[in-house]
Design a protein around this ligand. Structure first.
Ligand code: DQA
Length: 138
C-alpha cells in the first residue's frame, strides 16, 4: 500500500521549532524510523510551506494512493482550499497533529480538514503519525 505523509508550513523546522511543544526530533529522522517500522508500506513524505503546493500534491496522489496522513499545520485552521481538496479526492485522509490543538489557543480549535477526514489523531507527539499509518492497515 502507498501512503503519503503531507506536512504543512513550518513543520520543516521540527527539531528546532518550539521543542517544548513539538519535541526535538527532526522529521527526516522520524521518517526513517517510520520506514523501518512499516516495511510493508510504501511510505512517502512531502512538506511545503506553500498552500497551493499542498493542494497540488493532495490532488496528484488522491485518486491512486491507499492513504494520506495530513498535518496541514497552521493551514488546518484557515484553508478552505485544502479542506476542499480533501473532500474532492477518493483517497482517505487521516488528519494528524503533534500537539493537542484543543488545549491551545481558541483559533487552533477550528479545523477545515476534520469534516472531510476519515479520522483525526492529535496530541500524541510524533507518534500521532504512527497511529495514523496503523489505522490504514487495520
Ligand atoms: C500543528 C498544530 C497547529 O496549530 C500549528 O499551527 C502547527 C502544528 C501540530 O502538529 O500540533 O504548525 O498542526
Amino acid at each position: 500500500m502507498k501512503i503519503l505523509i503531507v506536512n504543512g508550513p513550518n513543520l520543516n523546522l521540527l527539531g528546532k521549532r518550539e521543542p517544548d511543544i513539538y519535541g526535538d526530533q527532526t522529521f527526516d529522522d522520524y521518517f526513517a524510523d517510520l520506514q523501518f517500522k512499516f516495511k510493508e508500506v510504501q511510505l512517502e513524505y512531502f512538506q511545503s510551506n506553500i498552500e497551493g503546493e499542498l493542494i497540488g500534491k493532495i490532488q496528484e496522489v488522491g485518486f491512486s494512493y491507499g492513504g494520506i496522513v495530513l498535518n496541514a499545520a497552521a493551514y488546518t485552521h484557515t484553508s478552505v482550499g485544502i479542506g476542499d481538496a480533501v473532500k474532492a479526492i477518493e483517497t482517505p485522509v487521516v488528519e494528524v497533529h503533534i500537539s493537542n490543538t484543543h488545549q491551545r489557543e481558541p483559533f487552533r480549535h477550528i479545523s477545515y480538514i476534520s469534516p472531510n477526514a476519515k479520522g483525526v489523531i492529535l496530541g500524541f507527539g510524533l507518534k500521532s503519525y504512527e497511529l495514523a499509518i496503523q489505522s490504514f492497515l487495520e
